[in-house]
Design a protein around this ligand. Sequence first.
Ligand code: BEZ
Ligand code: FE
Length: 298
Amino acid sequence: MDFSETDSVDAVVASFADTPDPRLREVMTSLVTHLHGFLRDARPSLAEWEAAIDFLTAIGQKCDEHRQEFILFSDVLGASMLVETMEASRQAGGASAATGEGLDATSSTVLGPFHVVASPERALGDTISLVDGGEPCLITGRVTAPDGTPVPGAQLDVWQADEKGFYDVQVPDAQPLGNGRGLFTADDDGRYHFRSIVPAHYPIPTDGPVGQLLTATRRHPYRPAHVHFIVQAEGYVPVTTHVFVAGSPYLDSDAVFAVKQALVRDFAPVDDADTAARLGLPNPFRRAEFDVVLQPVA
Ligand code: BEZ
Ligand code: FE
């Protein structure tokens, strides 16, 4: 039978009939069904389809050890947040993270493309800010289970942009690798604290094909100010999340759709010379409290 518009899905799906892995067969069937549906709906010309392939090629060519343009593409389409949201629901056994009993598990959000170098191990109380500039801050919190039981020894991997909105890997001449990053271990009571600077809101990288897409669609590239966290402990579901800075621009129009209101915290000014001296901070400083609730593995 000739390939036709009406039979195209059946023809291609049938070609995957002998796929030994049932999940791969299921995913390829769904992909072909939706891709052909999209093409029948959008009806691209051959020239437009070639432009689309050139665009995807340019995305791949932009990727290197420190640049992940495919993650960025997934992020600006909301695909990263959709997968992240479905994963959180799956990990919670199909229920939402809010169980109605005890504390709600901390919401997840996007990983983003800048978790590309290992965070240096640091001791509680260390600073992750290795360069001058920025408004000093203290970030503290406690990692617990939903019933409030502390999670001793939980590992917190944190990374953030500087006060100009750049990650270390974006400006290797201005920041040493590891600036704005730290791997911390919570104490016996599940508590952690570290020093940093208040991060700034920033544009996602716009010097590649994803930037061109944002320009062509009149979308802004900004993300509200935030600090990234991956928190994990044995026996618990790891969470990839952020703490957002209350009052930051773009909290209501994040370019990658990743804001959850439950993750927004005040970075409140503190005037306390004794605490500042004890922790190695100038006075006054800013302080944010971010407790993390991990879901036990089912
Ligand atoms: C980030 O927060 O690092 C990020 C997330 C998505 C796209 C670009 C940057
Ligand atoms: Fe970020």
